[in-house]
Structure formats: C-alpha cells, structure tokens
Design a protein. Structure first.
Length: 383
C-alpha cells in the first residue's frame, strides 16, 4: 500500500473508542443489545428524529427503506446519476427501475429539482436524493415537487451526518438535520465517513409505520430478538413478514456512540479546513471548488475541486500522487457503468462532465492548514 503523506481521510480514533470496545468485550454480549438501543436513542436525539434504527451498513439502510415503502417490481425510482452505486444497486435488487437525473451544476453536484419534476411518470414511486459531500440538496424545491406529486423522499444522507438545513422561509425544513428532511434517512458509518464504525448504518424516520416495518425486516420479520429472550422478556417468536439479517452488533454500536460524541466538533474542524481550501484556491479561477457559495450548515464530508478540463484533472491527480497526497473521484456517472447500461440515457451532460473533471482532495479533522497549503501548492504547479 502506498505511504501517503496526506491520506484522503483519517479516523479520529483514540481512548474513547478503545474504552467502548473493551466495555462490550467485558459485558460478554456481542450481538444487538443495550449498546444498540443506546446508540439509536442518542442518534435519534442528535438528528431530531422520532425513530433511529441501527443497521449493518448504509446499503442495508437503503434496501430496508425501499422495502418499507413497499417499492418493487416495475416501480420507477428517480435518483442522481452522481452517487455511490448503493442506492442504484438496491433499486435493481428489488426489481425497480432507476431513473437517473442530472445534477444542478458542476459546482453543485446534487440532483436538480427540475430533473425530478421532468422525469416523474405515473410509475414513479420514490425519489432518492443524496446530500453530496455533506451539502444538502435543494430541499425547498424537491420537497415541494414530491409533496405535490405525493412521492416519498428517501435521503441518502451517508455523507451528511450533522448537516443542518438553513432556510428560514420554509418552516417545515428550517433548522432540521439531514435524514429528517424527507420520509426516510439513510446513513453509513463506513471507515471513511464523518462518523465511522468500520461497517454500520442508521435509518431515521418520523413515521411509525415505516419504523415498525424496518425494525421487523432488520431481523427476519421475527417478533422478538435473542436479546429480548436473554432478558427473559420472551421465550418464543413468530415470523410476521419476510426479512433479512441487517443487524448491527454491540461493538460497532459502542464505537458509534463514541464517534457521535465527537461529531459536532469534528464537523466544525472540517468546516474550518474547507474555508482554508476556498481561500487558497481562490487564486486559481479556472478551478472551481464545489459548493463555494453554499450558505447552509454542511457536514463538509468531501472537498471536491472541478478542473477546467479532463486533462488538467489527470495532471493534478498525477502531481498530487507524486507528492504522496491521496485523491479520489466521487463519483463516476452511474449509468456509464457496464451493469447499468440498460438504464443509460444520453441527457445527463452535467453528470458526465462532472465525472470527467472532479477530483476529491484530502479532508479529515486532524488535517492542518499547513496540509491544505501543501496540497494547494501542488495544484498551482499544474497551471
Ligand atoms: C453516498 C453513499 N451512499 C451509500 C453508501 C453505502 O454505505 P455502506 O458502504 O455503509 O453500505 C455510501 C458509502 O459508502 C455512500 O457514500
């Protein structure tokens, strides 16, 4: 593995996480139990959500969200072409059809509300939105379109834990957190996320009916858990509906609780680093820093720069690699993937351009302004 001088992301793990894992080991109860219950309660309070249901990972969260909404064969799910492939894979897995919409702009790569509006058909049964890099989608417009058409919104909030909507003109959105802006919110705690447990995820919803279905499907549709039986609360179970094993375990839940306590401060550190990037990159006007005009409270998960053209992007990626600075691409345009060629349309020009010109730069709480300066110095060399 390459020895990066500045990696793309880095965990904030220390004594708190060690204590959390050891606490579970000494309790000798590893599968879903008291830690998961506490994690769910603490996450619900943090996000301002009526329900929070911890699951195995973000992909499982999306799958359960779709199943809880009753989506299935032949249903159309509108979703962004620029996203991690999880929501699209889960769409195909349930027999539904992904309808890809373009992004707003290369510097605002979230699903364009006008694209949602124009791609709605009688078969549209849900809209997936993804708060790219921790920056919220245009919620005012999207929620108005979905409300008018009575279409549920699934938030892929995997980048956006701790992002808050700032829109004083819209009461039902203003001040609310990512994951509570639609019908169901899905989070991932994969290692590179703002809150990391290795593998792990969370589902948030205000709707009792969806929460009930999700809790049941998370554990095979069984009416009781091993944990309930262990505590003497039950000694048998029925299977009321078909389900999965999408449970999270106690160690990960304990890690999640420790990470949640650090999140607000770490997101603040990310915001400061993003300001540093913006300041330093402002001297390169052909290079556009994504969301530089954003006015909400972002989770600042990613720092993404858009190159003037594809060859400049390649050149900068190479220069940074030589300086042992890790970069990435979030993301290729999904319908360009081989497995999605059936769903390809030729009207996603901005998504295709973005995938060709975007470069993700390092961003994590323990990075220093000097790291940002070193990265920007390398980028300037490519001019
Ligand atoms: C935007 C987005 N959606 C979904 C996922 C899937 O989450 P997980 O890897 O936990 O299954 C991820 C994480 O990798 C992601 O970044």
């Amino acid at each position: 593995m390459a020895e990066w001088r500045i990696p793309l992301s880095d965990l904030d793990y220390g004594a708190e996480e060690q204590e959390a894992a050891l606490r579970v080991l000494s309790s000798k109860w590893l599968s879903m139990g008291a830690e998961v219950e506490a994690f769910e309660q603490e996450f619900a309070a943090f996000a301002g959500s009526k329900h929070a249901i911890a699951v195995a990972n973000g992909t499982a969260a999306l799958h359960l969200a779709f199943m809880a909404l009753g989506l299935g064969s032949g249903d159309e799910i509108i979703q962004p072409a620029i996203n991690f492939v999880a929501a699209s894979n889960m769409t195909v897995a349930i027999g539904a059809i992904p309808i890809f919409g373009d992004i707003i702009d290369l510097t605002e790569p979230t699903l364009d509300p006008a694209e949602v509006d124009r791609r709605i058909t009688p078969k549209t049964k849900a809209v997936v939105i993804m708060h790219y890099g921790g920056y919220l989608c245009r919620m005012r417009e999207i929620s108005e379109i979905c409300r008018r058409n009575q279409i549920p919104i699934v938030e892929d909030a995997c980048h956006a834990v701790g992002a808050r909507c700032v829109d004083p003109a819209v009461k039902h959105l203003h001040g609310k957190m990512a994951g509570t802006l639609g019908d169901i919110g899905c989070f991932s705690f994969f290692s590179n996320k703002n809150m990391a447990t290795g593998e792990g995820g969370m589902i948030t919803t205000a709707r009792d009916d969806l929460a009930l279905r999700i809790r049941s499907m998370r554990s095979h549709g069984m009416t009781t858990l091993t944990w309930d039986r262990h505590r003497g609360h039950a000694n048998s179970y029925d299977v009321e509906s078909h389900g999965y094993n999408y449970r999270i375990d106690e160690i990960r839940a304990a890690l999640g609780r420790a990470q949640l306590r650090k999140l607000t401060e770490n997101n603040e550190k990310r915001r400061k680093l993003v300001s540093e990037y913006k300041k330093r990159l402002s001297s390169l006007p052909q290079w556009k820093f994504c969301f530089s005009e954003y006015e909400g409270e972002s989770a600042c998960h990613l720092a993404v720069l858009v190159a003037p053209d594809e060859s400049s992007r390649t050149r900068v990626a190479q220069l940074l690699r030589e300086a042992r600075i890790q970069t990435s691409l979030h993301y290729p345009c999904i319908p360009q993937f081989k497995a999605f060629e059936t769903y390809r349309t030729d009207d996603l020009p901005k998504s295709i351009a973005f995938a060709g010109r975007a470069i993700t730069l390092p961003l994590y709480p323990s990075m220093t302004p000097a790291d940002v300066e070193a990265i920007c110095r390398e980028i300037a060399k490519a001019q």
